[in-house]
Design a protein around this ligand. Structure first.
Ligand SMILES: Nc1nc2c(c(=O)[nH]1)N[C@H]1C(S)=C(S)[C@@H](COP(=O)(O)O)O[C@H]1N2
Ligand SMILES: [Mo]
Length: 252
């Protein structure tokens, strides 16, 4: 499905949910509740605002659907990734023992975590569907710890609004708001279907954001920055997505 058709579907769907509320009313409500998405000013701005604000008001605490073990796809689809850099290959050769996830920005204690450090946090698993904007999807079990556990450890400033995450793969960077960052199903994942996450699927460490489309589940994450403004992040509102004309908010 091309992005415009998908957007139109989402806009129509949420418009039905919010009843007679037009785009102008959505804009008004979004402003009033501080729910303007970072791409609210673009040509799709009013639609983006309607989608994001109505989903946040109606579904901010809801969970992505979880499946049973028997529904796990026999073979996870692995989207194309860039050629690994020599730096990545060296880390891989050492079993990723030197892989670090650094968390900085608006936190009390900036910290770097190895995979072993992350494994010491409470382990959780989820069997959820990952859906690509290009129309395919698969179900897998992801094992890791909720991002909220790491955020509690570093101590997030109360004024923080966004969590920006970067991949070691150049050009892959995205962000979520605090509601999605603290959502119980947003995981820092190191395992998949009872093994370490294979590199093509994002190993050794991937953010899993099951409430949004697949592109928000960035692979090879090594740097997270907490911020109250996306202004200083390279690609427009702080992510890769708009470069491909994806929406900032990709709620499902
Ligand atoms: N670093 C990195 N993360 C990425 C991508 C990528 O190419 N590089 N592709 C994204 C897209 S568009 C999708 S749909 C999912 C695909 O995940 P999969 O390979 O497990 O199917 O990963 C997302 N995360
Ligand atoms: Mo995708």
């Amino acid at each position: 499905m091309n992005p415009i058709t998908r957007r139109r579907l989402i806009t129509t769907g949420t418009a039905a949910v919010v009843g007679a509320a037009g785009l102008g009313a959505a804009d008004h409500i979004a402003r009033r509740y501080g729910l303007m998405p970072p791409d609210s000013g673009g040509i799709y701005g009013p639609g983006e605002t309607l989608t994001y604000a109505s989903q946040r008001l109606l579904t901010r605490h809801s969970l992505a659907r979880e499946f049973s073990r028997s529904q796990i796809s026999p073979r996870p689809l692995q989207n194309v990734i860039g050629k690994p850099t020599p730096e990545f290959l060296k880390l891989q050769a050492d079993g990723f023992k030197d892989w670090k996830l650094t968390i900085d920005g608006m936190v009390a204690h900036p910290m770097s975590f190895s995979i072993a450090d992350i494994r010491r946090f409470p382990t959780k698993s989820q069997i959820t569907m990952i859906s690509c904007e290009e129309g395919w999807s698969y179900i897998a079990e992801w094992i890791g710890t909720p991002l909220s556990n790491l955020l509690a450890e570093v101590g997030v400033h109360p004024d923080a609004r966004s969590v920006v995450y970067r991949s070691m793969e150049k050009g892959w960077m995205d962000n979520v708001d605090m509601a999605d960052a603290l959502h119980p199903q947003t995981f820092v994942a190191y395992g998949m279907n009872n093994a370490d996450i294979p590199v093509p699927s994002g190993g050794p460490l991937r953010l899993r954001v099951p409430r949004q489309l697949g592109y928000k589940s960035v692979k090879f994450i090594n740097h997270i920055t907490i911020t109250d403004s996306l202004k200083n992040f390279a690609l427009g509102p702080g992510e890769t997505a708009p470069d491909f004309s994806y929406s900032w908010y990709a709620g499902i």
